[in-house]
Design a protein around this ligand. Structure first.
Ligand SMILES: Cc1ncc(COP(=O)(O)O)c(C=O)c1O
Length: 402
């Protein structure tokens, strides 16, 4: 008898969940009249098509022998040097930086390096489902810690880590998105960053800092990363590994990011890369290096900020104008998301079905929680994709349903 392929799946494959967000994107894409606040998509208006087109053609012609060849698993040396300059970290050794295929890839290798099935990762609740799914696929158990307006609450983190340590449950690392968090839009202030690092050090817990939105700040001052804070104030360069991405500032289709951390972490991560992607795309690395070297990046980021800031403001204004009493929302200083909390009796999973019928899409809050912490009266709204007019119309539609 022939065994169906589905029955041959490994236990991990069989238990892997479909991404709800990807499913929604399929449902909402190309539906005439649909206003979508669901995805985390950059606006295609922000893609520097002309500049990249020119650079791709130049790089293939001028450096084709090199970039069409297999590349280094840890990334291209030229690109690494460019990143070090751009990020103002010239002192980093090549062993402390690794180029990845988008930041998801770096997050996956980091997890692969530390997690055995059943190990625990502590993260924010709500958190980013893309990473949570990648971590769960490695066999990790995710434990969420509640947030307030400044991010993960250190006292709660302390309590949870204390409890787990008493039960002898192995927590392997702490996963944090300190800036313009996906999904909540919240940013950890400096005091909170220090407090979280202190707790992590007390429990001897490495941190994975996910920073894909850092460049997209619309107001307020830049705050030092956990990565830099650990290296400088805490004199602990091994505590934090940071994952960054070019997805939100150049285009997610390029699949380019990088990770920086101690060689003891990056070494095995590169070994994972050798066994899966072999190397990141060589031409894309050199093109992005040229884009930065020619000075295009800063101007380009300013343009994206000028495009997204009015969209964020339009969404905040529309929420103020149309939302019923009792609704509250975050005011993000950057990034792409606003998090709305309703009265407890509003079930946003049900609201979602109604909203789709009425051609407006969002992601229900329940999709962002690790197991056991789920709340159902919240939603995530993306403001980077729709125009200001559509944002106003979409929020109005949503408010009418409420
Ligand atoms: C918090 C967070 N981390 C990681 C990613 C993945 O980015 P990349 O396209 O670089 O894999 C995203 C993308 O939306 C994100 O929001």
């Amino acid at each position: 008898m022939i065994v169906p392929i589905e029955q041959r799946y490994s236990k991990t494959t069989a238990s892997m969940r479909h991404s709800f967000i990807r499913e929604i994107l399929k449902v909402t894409k190309d539906v005439p009249g649909m206003i979508s606040f669901a995805g985390g998509l950059p606006s295609p208006e922000s893609f520097p098509k002309e500049l990249l087109g020119g650079l791709f053609s130049q790089v293939i012609r001028e450096e084709g022998d090199e970039v069409l060849q297999y590349g280094n698993s840890d990334g291209d040396k030229v690109f690494k040097e460019t990143i070090k300059k751009f990020e103002e970290v010239p002192y980093l050794s090549d062993e402390e930086i690794m180029i990845t295929v988008g930041s998801t890839n770096g997050i996956y290798y980091f997890t692969r390096t530390l997690i055995d099935p059943g190990d625990i990762i502590v993260c924010e609740a709500p958190g980013f489902p893309g990473s949570l799914a990648a971590m769960e696929a490695c066999g990790a158990r995710m434990i969420g810690v509640e947030m307030d307006e400044y991010g993960m609450i250190p006292d709660l983190l302390h309590k949870i880590l204390g409890r787990l340590s008493q039960k002898n449950e192995p927590v392997k690392f702490l996963y944090l998105i300190p800036e313009f968090q996906n999904p909540s839009g919240r940013t950890m202030n400096l005091a909170r960053r220090r407090a979280i690092i202190q707790v992590a050090k007390e429990f001897d817990l490495p941190i994975l800092e996910d920073q894909p939105y850092r460049e997209l700040r619309y107001d307020g001052k830049r705050i030092i990363t956990l990565w830099e804070l650990a290296r400088t104030e805490f004199n602990d360069p091994k505590l934090v590994t940071i994952a960054k991405s070019f997805s939100k500032i150049l285009g997610p289709g390029l699949r380019l990011g990088f990770a920086s951390g101690p060689p003891e972490m990056l070494g095995p991560m590169v070994k994972w890369a050798q066994k899966s992607t072999v190397s990141p795309d060589c031409a894309t690395q050199r093109v992005t290096a040229r884009f930065i070297e020619k000075g295009y990046m800063r101007d380009h980021i300013s343009k994206i900020i000028d495009l997204y800031r009015p969209r964020r403001d339009a969404m905040l204004k529309a929420l103020e104008s149309y939302m019923p009493d009792g609704a509250q929302w975050t005011v993000p200083e950057g990034g792409m998301f606003i998090w709305v909390t309703f009265d407890k009796d509003i079930d946003t999973d049900r609201l979602f079905d109604l909203a789709i019928e009425n051609k407006v899409a969002f992601i229900p809050g329940s999709k962002f929680y690790p197991e056991g912490t789920i709340k159902t009266n919240e939603i995530r709204l993306n403001f980077s994709y729709a125009t200001e007019e559509l944002i106003d119309e979409g929020v109005q539609r949503l408010a009418q349903l409420l």
